[in-house]
Ligand binder design. Structure first.
Ligand SMILES: [Zn+2]
Length: 294
């Protein structure tokens, strides 16, 4: 059996909130309960969306909650050379091509890209790079929490972007490459990323790499049913009350605190929870209500 390696991979678009704590905690508990490594990766490849200082703030928030990672933090912003080498490989394999279609062209296609730039031989400059999804591409996998998953990727998504026309590497590419390079065996994250998994698995297979096991926990939603996010003003996690935040997050993951937790600090609570972590205690479905005060 290869060793378990899990990871938490936030984007530094803002501080952690209750929803991101759930994802961090679930991946941490699943890794530690399997005697595995737990890595933190900063997904800072989209500077226009990022908030200055958020990356270091996130790391301090994790530490305040006892969520201590193994090894150095990997920053995607330092991985351009590696992503570039993978792009070269996709081009050499004949799996990718440049596309000049505008947002309105895409809209007119009804959401699934129709592959019209495939034979055009366009240059890189000012264009996006798409990876080709051949007809009949079915992606199937068993999700730890959500069960059997299926996508007819060519029809559901079509050829998708791996290098943006503004020159930034696409999220799907960076994540697939990093999970492979870091030897990630288990990806535990929020159900909002379930859709991305099909594209990431496709890329991994295209590059000859074994995809990890995936588990998508329900995401925390506010009273309006919206996922907690910076856009809907989810509150930043208060690092001065880590125990209370952990109590709430553990309860949401099916591990309600008991009397024996009284007086425990964050690290004590985590150690206690590792011993009680059961994948089948996590509530089913794609969403769970966030506590009122988050
Ligand atoms: Zn095109």
């Amino acid at each position: 059996m290869p060793q378990y390696t899990g990871r938490f991979a936030p984007s530094p678009t803002g501080p952690l909130h209750f929803g991101s704590l759930l994802a961090a905690l679930a991946s941490y508990l699943d890794a530690r309960a399997s005697d595995g490594r737990w890595l933190v990766r900063m997904e800072d490849i989209d500077p226009p969306r990022e908030m200055p200082g958020a990356a270091s703030l996130i790391l301090r928030q994790l530490e305040a909650h006892g969520l201590v990672w193994d090894g150095p933090v990997l920053y995607q912003s330092q991985r351009a050379a590696r992503y570039e080498s993978v792009i070269t490989r996709l081009l050499e394999q004949g799996d990718a091509y440049y596309c000049r279609c505008s947002r309105s062209d895409l809209k007119a296609m009804g959401g699934t890209y129709d592959g019209r730039c495939r034979g055009r031989g366009l240059p890189r400059r000012g264009n996006a790079l798409r990876v080709q999804v051949p007809p009949g591409t079915d992606i199937d996998f068993e999700d730890i929490f959500q069960g059997a998953q299926h996508s007819a990727l060519d029809r559901d998504v079509g050829d998708f972007v791996v290098l943006r026309r503004d020159g930034y590497y696409a999220y799907q590419l960076a994540v697939a490459v990093d999970d492979a390079d870091q030897g990630v065996s288990h990806v535990i994250r929020g159900s909002d990323l379930l859709d991305s998994t099909f594209r990431q698995r496709f890329l991994l297979e295209r590059l000859g790499w074994v995809p990890p096991v995936y588990g998508h926990i329900p995401v925390a939603v506010n009273r309006q049913g919206q996922k907690l996010s910076k856009q809907n003003l989810a509150r930043s996690l208060n690092s001065h009350k880590p125990e209370q935040n952990l109590y709430q997050a553990l309860e949401a993951l099916g591990i309600p605190a008991s009397v024996e937790c009284g007086g425990m600090d964050a690290q004590g609570l985590l150690a206690w929870a590792v011993g009680r972590w059961r994948r089948d205690c996590v509530p089913g479905g794609l969403a769970i209500p966030a506590p009122e005060d988050t």
